[in-house]
Design a protein around this ligand. Structure first.
Ligand SMILES: Nc1nc2c(ncn2[C@@H]2O[C@H](COP(=O)(O)OP(=O)(O)OP(=O)(O)O)[C@@H](O)[C@H]2O)c(=O)[nH]1
Ligand SMILES: [Mg+2]
Length: 381
């Protein structure tokens, strides 16, 4: 069942109604995208962490009113109470994959003020925002607060203010005609850092221009920008690789790493944080340059940033096998890394991608049997 939860609701429906033929079933094969991709420039990046300010709604003010009717000039205090302001709430859901629904400032509605004739103001509805299952909530200074690891789990970011009492509320035996009422309380105002614990099953790690975006384009329907200059990709993109057994593997194209990234050089350690949120790493190296030195540099940067990251499972992808000099570099790479862990591919021309995808599926399946893949990257510093 956990397996089907990872699929979207539509795919889940198909999967649950599908019965495997007993005798003719073959192992899952990758389904390469066949439909033409759109030509528009629009391509959505993956939001895996966001700083937000949550402001609860203010409570409505109480009303001061002294009722006069034709038969009774002193019909009494009749000011109603104000309604409560709405809360800002996060709710874990399998319907969303990233934090794109979160805006920098999230507000909830204010409660309605009270009216005369004892009419109470309406309570504001809560602002409930869906976030992916496995979202971690931290304070602005990085202190861990909550882990929304089950569907439907909620976390209140900011409570709305209570509505103020109207003057009817203050009537006592002694004070029959109070002319006081309360203001509604102000909603809470807090800042948080929201992070997705697990971004993708596989993350593409490599130096700038290694061909990470090209590889993601080739294996999924994602459309990250590809260009022959470094740092084309500035924000992570996510693509889904589909298999014939209806399993989908998420692959993230990450911005390129350079020497000194762990010291915030280049575009910074923000990039290495994305790497933390992937269960397995696809180390993409350019076979037309020096792949062994590049691979050592990538591993060193990852190790220096977080030593635990180097124990993550890695597959080495030697890209640009179509370039003439690449054969030699591939042989050297295979010699140093072992044949089973190195895949020489050409992302641009689609060479040898099926073998790589089958290996990824094998690793994904073994992870599934070990435990839920999405729960592996807990970062509760
Ligand atoms: N010949 C050849 N060129 C490739 C191959 N894969 C990618 N390229 C080229 O390499 C250049 C860089 O590709 P990108 O996919 O943008 O590289 P990247 O790793 O995403 O780069 P950054 O986003 O800057 O980190 C582009 O001009 C691609 O056309 C390949 O298999 N063979
Ligand atoms: Mg790129």
């Amino acid at each position: 069942m956990t397996l089907f939860r990872k699929l979207g609701p539509f795919a889940r429906k198909i999967a649950s109604s599908y019965t495997r033929p007993t005798s003719t079933w073959v192992d899952a094969v990758p389904l390469r995208p066949t439909k033409r991709k759109s030509n528009t420039e629009l391509s959505k990046f993956f939001v895996d962490s966001k700083r937000v300010r949550a402001i609860g709604g203010n409570g409505g003010d109480g009303c001061i009113s002294l009722l006069q009717v034709w038969s009774n000039e002193n019909a009494g205090p009749d000011g109603g109470d104000g309604g409560n302001g709405g809360h800002v709430v996060l709710k874990a859901s399998y319907n969303v994959r990233d934090l794109h629904l979160l805006t920098s400032v999230i507000r909830a509605d204010h409660g309605e003020k009270g009216y005369n004739k004892d009419c109470h103001g309406k309570n504001a509805s809560h602002n409930i925002i869906e976030v992916p299952v496995g979202t971690v909530v931290k304070t602005a200074d990085g202190r861990f607060l909550a882990d929304l690891d089950k569907e439907g789990t909620m976390f209140v970011l900011a409570r709305g203010g209570a509505g103020g009492h109207g003057n009817h509320y203050f009537t006592t035996d002694v004070v029959q005609c109070p002319v006081v009422a309360e203001y509604g309380a102000r909603g809470e105002d807090f800042s948080y850092c929201i992070e997705v614990k697990s971004m993708a099953h596989f993350g593409l790690v490599g130096l700038p221009n290694a061909g990470k975006s090209t590889l993601l384009q080739a294996i999924s329907r994602a459309r990250p920008k590809v260009a022959p200059y470094p740092f084309t990709t500035l924000k992570p993109h996510l693509g889904m690789v589909e298999f014939s057994d209806y399993e989908q593997i998420a692959v993230a194209d990450l911005p390129g790493l350079i020497e000194g990234s762990h010291k915030n050089r280049g575009l910074g350690i923000g990039f290495l944080k994305h790497v933390e949120r992937c269960s397995c790493l696809l180390m993409v190296v350019d076979l037309s340059s020096d792949p062994i030195a590049d691979l050592a540099l990538l591993r060193r940067e990852i190790e220096l940033y977080n030593p635990q990251l180097s124990s993550r499972r890695q597959i080495v992808v030697g890209n640009k096998i179509d370039v003439k000099e690449s054969e030699e570099s591939l042989d050297l790479l295979i010699k140093s890394e072992g044949e089973s862990n190195v895949f020489g591919v050409s992302a641009k021309f689609g060479t040898n991608l099926t073998n790589l995808l089958l290996r990824m599926k094998e690793i994904y399946d073994s992870h599934l049997s070990e435990g839920d893949v999405s729960k592996q990257n807990v970062d509760e510093k």
